[in-house]
Design a binder for this molecule. Structure first.
Ligand SMILES: Cc1cc2nc3c(=O)[nH]c(=O)nc-3n(C[C@H](O)[C@H](O)[C@H](O)COP(=O)(O)OP(=O)(O)OC[C@H]3O[C@@H](n4cnc5c(N)ncnc54)[C@H](O)[C@@H]3O)c2cc1C
Length: 394
């Protein structure tokens, strides 16, 4: 394989930036093409389990981020809660430091997979040896690769997000103090409704995600709403949850969408592949969307250090990543079933198993399942790529 490939990455989100870092480490030149005016992220918190933090630590990105650490060193690496803005800033500065070029206001409108050329909305044409489509859930690249691909699916759920600054909250409120002084994740589960709270930025912020049945019209994916309406939806829930929600007058609601599994991510020319949400958007119930996106980047970067023809690199990348990401997406949807259970005997059995001291196989809370959890969190993306290169003839 030629050294110093010219790699074009479409999208400057978590996926595009992490791919840029991994591929710069592999010694190739990288240009990110981002549609928006700046590299930024909407939303508040992100949780990263060991499979993802292991990668950030290896890259040295951990030193650039404020993170709240809980379950220290489970599955061989820590569990962190991170503000999205802090993560994207850290990934962006590391990509620049490593020599990646980042171009904003560069929306890609067309691609030629055979030649590796990319057309920007302003008509400019760029040429790469390898093009990576990291342009998210509504990916233009995916549509171009699989023209008859189905549109994103509605999952029936939508999410509200609330971010509170501790300094704006009632001082010495024992409930808030309990939340903010102990890095942990608190869940409330009820019929078709659930909420999750964790802290950010060293306990100076509280992050809430609340999920309810989707009532947004078709075609609307995000809309502002009064928290009065959210409080009504959570009537009868724990007063602490209601107190957190009531701290802000307004929030946004987001439709939660996924897409069916793709049968291929790459083009036969060996010049194009997909990465991140463009390939495998997932429900957030195992907090894995960004984590498995980092895994994609780490695997692809590691494979690109090897003297393998590009078409083989992409075949190996897909063979490592597609089965795993499909399983994670399925497991996250399975978690939706367990979180949304109506009050009935099955729900009482769920609660009994979930609250057991010793984790049980087929625990409805997959985070604790003694078979699934080590498989998910123990994954070492770099090692998986190295194993595949060593195992099969090239
Ligand atoms: C409520 C919620 C909570 C979540 N919580 C977690 C969590 O705790 N942990 C976790 O791991 N994951 C979580 N996720 C998932 C995570 O946010 C996503 O998986 C991740 O952000 C995907 O990154 P991406 O770079 O692939 O896509 P995106 O973030 O969508 O980035 C795509 C980028 O491409 C750009 N772009 C689009 N089209 C073009 C074009 N034509 N030309 C150029 N640029 C283009 C966009 O502007 C954007 O910057 C959560 C998701 C939701 C909805």
């Amino acid at each position: 394989m030629a050294r110093d490939l010219k790699v074009l990455i479409i999208g400057g989100g978590i996926g595009g930036l992490s791919a840029a870092i991994a591929i710069r480490f592999a010694g190739h030149s990288v240009t990110i093409l981002e549609a928006e005016e700046e590299i930024t992220e909407v939303g508040a918190g992100l949780q990263f389990s060991a499979n993802a933090t292991r990668i950030l630590i290896k890259w040295g990105v951990d030193k650039l981020i404020v993170k709240d650490v809980h379950h220290l060193e489970t599955n061989g690496a820590p569990f962190w809660d991170i503000h999205r803005h802090d993560l994207i800033k850290a990934l962006h500065s590391m990509a620049l430091e490593l020599g990646a070029e980042v171009r904003v206001q560069s929306r890609v409108s067309d691609l030629d997979f055979g030649t590796g050329s990319v057309v920007l909305q302003n008509g400019e044409v760029l040429q790469g040896d390898l093009v990576i489509g990291a342009d998210g859930l509504n990916s233009t690249c995916r549509k171009k690769l699989i023209p008859d691909d189905e549109e994103p699916e509605f999952t029936g759920d939508m999410a509200f997000r609330v971010l509170l600054n501790l300094e704006d909250l009632p001082p010495n409120d024992p409930d808030f103090l309990e939340i903010t002084t102990r890095p942990q994740c608190t869940y409330w589960l009820g019929p078709s409704h659930h909420a999750i709270v964790y802290i950010l930025r060293g306990g100076t912020q509280i992050n809430l995600v609340a999920v309810v049945p989707d009532d947004l019209p078709r075609g609307v994916v995000r809309a502002p709403c009064d928290t009065g309406g959210v409080l009504k939806l959570f009537e009868g829930f724990d007063p602490l949850l209601l107190e957190i929600i009531s701290q802000v007058p307004q929030t946004f609601k987001w439709k939660l969408r996924i897409r069916p599994e793709l049968k291929k991510w790459s083009h036969d020319s060996g010049k194009f592949t997909l990465l991140g949400d463009a390939a495998h958007p997932t429900l957030p119930y195992l907090s894995q969307g960004a984590g498995i996106t980092l895994e994609d980047a780490a695997v692809l970067g590691q494979l690109l250090t090897e003297p393998i023809p590009l078409a083989k690199v992409l075949a190996k990348y897909e063979s490592i990543r597609r089965p795993r990401t499909t399983s994670v997406v399925k497991a996250s949807s399975q978690q939706q079933y367990w979180y949304n259970l109506p009050d009935r005997p099955e729900q009482r059995e769920r609660d009994r198993i979930m609250s057991a001291e010793i984790p049980q196989e087929e625990d409805p809370f997959l985070w604790k399942d003694p078979v699934f959890a080590p498989w998910l969190f123990g994954y070492d993306a770099h090692e998986e790529a190295r194993k595949v290169v060593g195992k099969y003839p090239l």
